[in-house]
Design a protein around this ligand. Sequence first.
Ligand code: HEC
Length: 124
Amino acid sequence: MRSAVATAIAVAALLAAAPAAAQDVAKGEKAFAKCRACHTLEKGGANRVGPNLHGMFGRTAGQAEGFKFSDAMKNSGVVWTPETVDQYITRPRDFIKGNRMAFAGIANEQERKDLIAYLQQATQ
Ligand code: HEC
C-alpha cells in the first residue's frame, strides 16, 4: 500500500515536471516511427523485438511482463523517468552497458523531448 502511494506520488511528480509548452506531442508521435518496429505502447500490447512499453514511467528497467530482458537491463537499477529515458535514447549502448536494444540513438534534443512527451501520454 505504502509503495503504491509512493509510486502514485512519483508518477504525479514526473507528469508535473514536464512543461507542456516545450514539447510537441504530434512531432513526438512521428519520431516514434523510429521505435515502432520493436515496441508497442498500449496496455496489453505485444512484445516485439523489444518489450511493450505500457506503464514504463516510474517503473524499474527490465520489468515489463513476459519479455526476456538482458541481465544488463534487469540489473541496471535504472528507474524510467523523462530524464533517464532521455539519456537512454540519446545513446542506448552507453547509458546501460551491455543492454540489447539495437538502436543507435537520437542526437537531436528537441526530437527526444517531443518523443518523450508522446511516450508519457501513450504509455499511460
Ligand atoms: C531494433 C529494435 C529496437 C528499436 C528500434 C528500439 N528498441 Fe527499445 N528496446 C529494444 C530491446 C531488445 C529492448 C530490451 C533490451 C535489453 O533487455 O537489454 C529495449 C528496451 C527499451 C526500453 C526499456 C524498457 C523497460 O521496460 O525497461 C525502453 C524505455 C525503450 N526500449 C525505448 C525505446 C525507444 C523510445 C525507441 C525509439 C527511439 C526504441 N526503444 C527503439 C529494441 C528496440
